[in-house]
Design a protein around this ligand. Structure first.
Ligand SMILES: *Cc1c(COP(=O)(O)O)cnc(C)c1O
Length: 243
């Protein structure tokens, strides 16, 4: 097993949590935060207190992105990375929307893979990875492909060996780098959450997404996530973990 040569990035997942908690974590040195609903991210990232107290904040979008929300996402202040590109069409839409925004920098994107093959999970089938990455590199000049992301199935028992979802992502990167002739250390792996981020780092994650271990359990009883539409119900991250 190769440990990553760079220190893995910690994405503090602040969904459902108030702006004050983001500001507090920022004041302790945390710079990278993740959200998975576009409306909630837009509101938090535009919050005047966050804008004034967190000038170096970097937002990662880690939720399922519907095409009709792309323009809204592109308007998020300090958007740093989109981790969930899962089709050529979405890549094209994000590319043209980011282009219109006229930013001098390309938007960093990861391609989300459905490594577990579960119906309930978003992401590309592993077999389509190479084609989509090739498309981004060749046809999306406003995007910078930086890595692969997976959620994976929950509750893997580590006494049975390494998490197979993480192994799938690792071997996909191998294949991708060979086929497209990219050095391995230029393709990040976003894998690992509160329950399994240590294991994910041990097997080579460069980007862990940790929410409840940092901010406490999420409470969904108060109000539904603002842009939770029928199409979002497929995202079972919190459901699978907390109910
Ligand atoms: C909510 C979420 C996380 C963080 O989950 P925790 O179990 O609270 O660490 C990570 N990744 C994605 C895609 C999420 O939606």
């Amino acid at each position: 097993m190769d440990l990553p040569t760079i220190q893995p990035r910690l994405v503090a997942v602040s969904k459902t949590k108030p702006a004050d908690m983001v500001i507090e974590a920022y004041s302790h040195g945390q710079r990278t935060f993740g959200e998975n609903y576009v409306q909630e991210l837009l509101e938090k990232a535009s919050n005047p207190k966050i804008l004034s107290s967190c000038p170096e904040i970097k937002w990662h979008f880690i939720g399922h992105l519907q095409k009709q929300n792309v323009n809204k996402l592109m308007a998020v202040p300090n958007l740093f990375m989109l981790e969930t590109v899962d089709s050529v069409k979405l890549a094209d839409k994000v590319n043209s929307s980011w282009q219109k925004r006229g930013s001098p920098e390309r938007l960093k994107v990861m391609v989300q893979i459905n490594t577990s093959g579960e119906e309930s999970k978003y992401g590309l089938p592993p077999s389509e990875t190479v084609a989509v990455v090739e498309h981004i590199n060749a046809k999306c000049p406003s995007l910078e492909f930086v890595g692969l992301m997976t959620i994976g199935s929950f509750g893997h028992d580590l006494s049975q060996g390494p998490n197979p979802d993480f192994q799938v992502l690792l071997s996909l990167r191998e294949e991708l780098c060979k086929k497209l002739n990219i050095p391995t250390d230029q393709v990040e792996l976003s894998m690992g959450m509160s329950m399994d981020f240590q294991h994910a780092i041990e097997v080579g994650s460069t980007n862990v997404r940790v929410g409840s271990t940092i901010f406490g359990e999420r409470d969904y009883s108060k109000k539904p996530a603002p842009d939770k539409s029928a199409a979002d119900l497929k995202a079972p991250v919190e459901v699978a973990q907390e109910h």
